[in-house]
Design a binder for this molecule. Structure first.
Ligand code: SF4
Ligand code: SF4
Length: 373
């Protein structure tokens, strides 16, 4: 990514990003502006040898505030591609299990990705709608120790879609969307996964691909479109789809008593895709739910503290605990999010602490309140 001379000149006198960055707040030696300075003015070879490239969360807070629109997450991602080629690699979390699972998916392999759906609802092999389930079947096994069931979210999605008369395609052949490979600088892996997913979707005949993971949604919408040009299908995030179809769906609701919830904007959905309204609209449509906002929400929301299953650190933990406390300060009994990874990270951070705030995904929350039988 080439910055203009004007951007570089402005940047050297600025520093807004460093003051906004959750990582810089915890580690004063980390500075996005310094990375730009070292890359553009000093010694780019030196930059790609440094560990700090991996510490950025790609949360986009800096980009949203940069007066000269420097897309630092993308700028840094490109340095990561060069770093990886030189053998400078990130510290992978959970012994690299998620990276290994996605690598296996670049090969010809047989997956059993749809077993969960058989009891949950009706789905098809071909049709207009493709539900891109993403990594939820793998998260279900990997994060069992957190007493979370990420597949409950997928089951909820299927039940809601069935209630609307939609039997989406769900495929055993689907692959990881490649988001984490891309943000870890592994473009070769990303491209292999992306090509396989495009073939699977083409074979299904789908005209619309529905996502319940903001990373998959963002990656298709932006990076797949960059790689393949105009996509031959529409890319839709489920909260947008539901908000648009809500009146036609004629949902009725079961009473679960009134509850107060707060909503955590996932970075890929909020700041990076600009989708803030639809999840709030859905929650507001529920008769007995009161939404209370955290001090930092919408474009100003705090990141969940970890990205692409790498570099989980004391900085991640303090960012997450800070976010949980911010949610607790609202008085809400539940923290709702629209991203499976945010749910995992914000639940994980509470282990071994006296924090005990349930973190729920929005689709499970909706499915518990909409009468589905
Ligand atoms: S906010 Fe933009 S211009 Fe300012 S230091 Fe950061 S990247 Fe440079
Ligand atoms: S993307 Fe987020 S973590 Fe990375 S430099 Fe910008 S504000 Fe900091």
């Amino acid at each position: 990514m080439q910055l203009t001379q004007h951007q570089i000149d402005y940047c050297m006198e600025c520093g807004v990003c460093t003051g906004s960055c959750p990582v810089s707040r915890n580690w004063s030696e980390f500075s996005p502006r310094q990375i730009i300075k070292r890359t553009c003015i000093e010694n780019p070879e030196e930059v790609t040898k440094r560990r700090e490239l991996w510490q950025c969360l790609s949360c986009g807070r800096c980009y949203s505030r940069c007066p000269v629109e420097i897309d630092f997450p993308e700028f840094n991602r490109q340095q990561r591609v060069a770093a990886r080629l030189q053998g400078n690699l990130p510290q992978e979390s959970h012994h690299g299990v998620m990276q290994t699972i996605s690598l296996l998916q670049t090969a010809k392999l047989t997956q059993s990705r749809t077993a969960w759906a058989r009891d949950a609802g009706k789905f098809s092999d071909k049709g207009d709608y493709f539900y891109f389930v993403g990594c939820l079947p793998y998260f279900e096994v990997t994060f069992r120790y957190l007493n979370l069931s990420p597949l409950t979210s997928a089951k909820s999605v299927l039940k809601i879609l069935n209630k609307m008369g939609i039997e989406p395609v769900i495929s055993n052949e689907e692959r990881c969307c490649g988001h984490d490979a891309l943000w870890s600088g592994d473009e070769e892996k990303f491209e292999k996964l992306a090509k396989l997913n495009m073939e699977v979707i083409a074979a299904s005949g789908a005209k619309t691909v529905i996502f319940s993971c903001p990373e998959g949604y963002f990656t298709f919408k932006n990076n797949y479109a960059k790689l393949f040009g105009n996509l031959p299908f529409e890319v839709v995030y489920l909260t947008e789809f539901l908000a648009k179809e809500w009146n036609n769906a004629n949902f009725t609701f079961s009473g679960n008593g009134s509850s107060s919830v707060t909503f955590h904007d996932p970075c890929r959905l909020g700041r990076l895709s600009g989708l803030y309204e639809s999840p709030r609209k859905l929650l507001a449509n529920l008769p007995e739910t009161k939404l209370v906002e955290m001090e930092r929400s919408l474009i100003n929301a705090q990141c969940c503290g970890t990205s692409a299953w790498m570099e989980c650190s004391s900085c991640s933990k303090s960012t997450q605990v800070e976010r949980i406390n911010e949610a607790r300060d609202t008085g809400a009994g539940t923290l709702i999010t629209a991203c499976p990874k945010c749910q995992i990270h914000l639940t994980c951070a509470q282990q071994g602490t006296d924090l005990n705030l349930p973190v729920k995904d929005i689709f499970t929350y909706l499915a518990e309140r909409i009468k589905l039988d």
